[in-house]
Each structure stands twice: as structure tokens, then as C-alpha cells.
Ligand binder design. Structure first.
Ligand code: NAD
Length: 247
């Protein structure tokens, strides 16, 4: 397979980092996009140490102008835009009645608006370049299931779920595919707050096989979904949850 240009947001940590490493190992050129420069640069270093190709691009995905600039920069660096993984996300654990409007808007700004901005900026460029690209968005089982103290997160991931479905419909005329992934409980820094609250056993028991999902497992599945062999998968959100949402 010809090497592709792959942009991954939130690639400075967790799922994004593992996915960046996976695609790079397969020969793709990676734009490691994150607002955490240190984490992003570490991911680039990991990829380069394994003889892969990657560049860090700083972005706050909650700002449309920065997302557009990220897409422009990726094309300037590597000449195309084949896969965009809108993956950056944040969580906040707050009882519903303690929410401030700012708390809510920050989570929606990153998790929901960030995905919209990524789809819009990437979709326009893929159309202009005539690239039949793939856009993959990170939703969550929490886009399907309710959960205490994560109201804004649930709302944002429910929105991402529908953005995958309806975005696929909008972009299909250009040959661009949109797919979502809905991970279960993955062992990354985002779940640290739950661990700190003594909920590790509960987190593990969410999955059918009783353990946290490793980010590499999510990366493997995202990679499969990006391939031409997965061409029939479009507008779907694929559960990557070891059965969490099924029992
Ligand atoms: P993580 O905290 O390890 O990684 C998130 C990354 O996103 C970090 O590098 C962070 O710097 C970056 N980021 C945050 N806000 C940003 C912004 N405004 N602009 C650019 N980058 C930003 O967490 P993770 O588990 O790897 O999360 C990745 C995605 O997976 C998120 O969308 C998260 O909601 C989703 N997810 C995680 C789990 C889980 O259990 N870990 C489950 C379902 C879905």
C-alpha cells in the first residue's frame, strides 16, 4: 500500500499516540497534532526512533482557525491528506448540579466542536485535492450509555456519534468515508480521575473480559478501519469496547 498522510489529533498521549505509532510502523507519514508540545514531541521521537516519519503540529482543536491551519500545514509538509483521526478529547468529573457553564462549554468545545472543525477542514481539503480520504472520529461507549458526573462528556460523545452518521452522508458524494470508534475503558491518563477515586476494579469490570483495554488494541482497530479493505464501513460507529455496551 502506498504511504499515506495521516493526521491524528490528541496524538501526544494515550489512544492518539498508540495510533500514531501503529500507522507509522505501517509506513504512513504522521502529523502528530496536540496542544501538549511535550507529549506530541515524545510521540514524534518514538516514531523516529523506529525509523518512521512524523512531525509535531501544535493545535487547540477547539479553535477552528487552528484546525484549518493544522490541515494546511499537513498538506504543506507531506503533500496530501489521506486519513484524519479526530481523536483529541477531555473529560471532567463533576456532579451535574455543580456544573458551571464554562465547565460544560470547555468539554463541548474540545470533544464536540473539535470533531466538527476537523471534519469540516479536512472534508473541504480532501474535496479540493480530489482525495477519497477517510475521516475517523473518536466517540465513546459514553455516547450510548449514561454515566454519573460526566454529563458534558456524555453529551459531546452522543453528538460525535451522530456527526459520524450524518457527516458520512454529506461527504459520500466526494468519495470520502466517515467512521466513528466508540472505545470502552482504555488504560490512558483520561481515566486517572476514576482510578484516583478508587474505581479501578469497577473500570475493569466494565469490559466482558474484566480488564482495561490497552490503547494499542484501539490503535489496531482504527488502523483496520482506515484501510481500503474496510471500504464498506461508512457512517457507522464501531464499538471497540470488549463488550462494555452489550451487557
Ligand atoms: P489522553 O488524555 O491520554 O489523550 C488525550 C489527548 O488529547 C492529550 O494528548 C491531550 O493533550 C489532547 N488534547 C486535549 N485537549 C486538546 C485540545 N483542545 N487540542 C488538542 N489536543 C488536545 O486520553 P485518551 O484516552 O487517549 O483519549 C483520546 C480520545 O479517546 C478522547 O476523545 C477520549 O474521549 C476518547 N475515549 C477514551 C476512553 C478511555 O477510556 N481512555 C474511552 C472512550 C473514548
Amino acid at each position: 500500500m502506498a504511504e499515506r498522510v495521516v493526521v491524528i489529533t490528541g496524538a501526544g498521549s494515550g489512544i492518539g499516540r498508540s495510533t500514531a505509532v501503529k500507522f507509522a510502523r505501517k509506513g504512513d507519514k504522521i502529523v502528530v497534532a496536540d496542544f501538549n508540545e511535550k507529549g506530541g514531541q515524545e510521540t514524534v521521537d518514538m516514531i523516529k526512533a523506529a525509523n518512521g516519519e512524523a512531525t509535531f503540529v501544535k493545535v487547540d482543536v477547539s479553535k477552528f482557525d487552528q484546525v484549518e491551519a493544522m490541515v494546511e500545514k499537513s498538506i504543506e509538509l507531506y503533500g496530501s491528506l489521506d486519513v484524519v483521526f479526530n481523536n483529541a478529547g477531555i473529560g471532567k468529573i463533576i456532579p451535574f448540579l455543580d456544573y458551571t457553564v464554562e465547565d460544560y462549554e470547555r468539554v463541548i468545545g474540545v470533544n464536540q466542536n473539535g470533531v466538527f472543525y476537523g471534519m469540516l477542514a479536512a472534508g473541504r481539503k480532501m474535496r479540493d485535492l480530489g482525495v477519497k480520504g477517510v475521516i475517523i472520529n473518536t466517540a465513546s461507549v459514553f455516547g450510548y450509555l449514561s454515566n454519573q458526573y460526566t454529563f458534558a462528556y456524555q453529551a459531546s460523545k452522543g453528538a460525535v456519534r451522530m456527526m459520524c452518521q450524518t457527516g458520512a452522508l454529506e461527504l459520500a458524494p466526494y468519495g470520502i468515508r466517515v467512521v466513528g470508534v466508540a472505545p470502552g475503558t482504555v488504560d490512558t491518563p483520561i481515566v486517572q480521575g476514576f482510578k484516583d477515586a478508587g474505581l479501578t476494579d469497577k473500570l475493569k469490570s466494565n469490559q466482558m473480559r474484566g480488564d482495561l483495554i490497552q490503547p494499542e488494541a484501539i490503535a489496531n482497530a482504527v488502523y483496520l478501519l482506515s484501510l481500503e479493505e474496510a471500504d464498506v464501513i461508512n457512517g457507522s460507529v464501531v464499538m471497540l469496547d470488549d463488550g462494555y455496551a452489550s451487557f
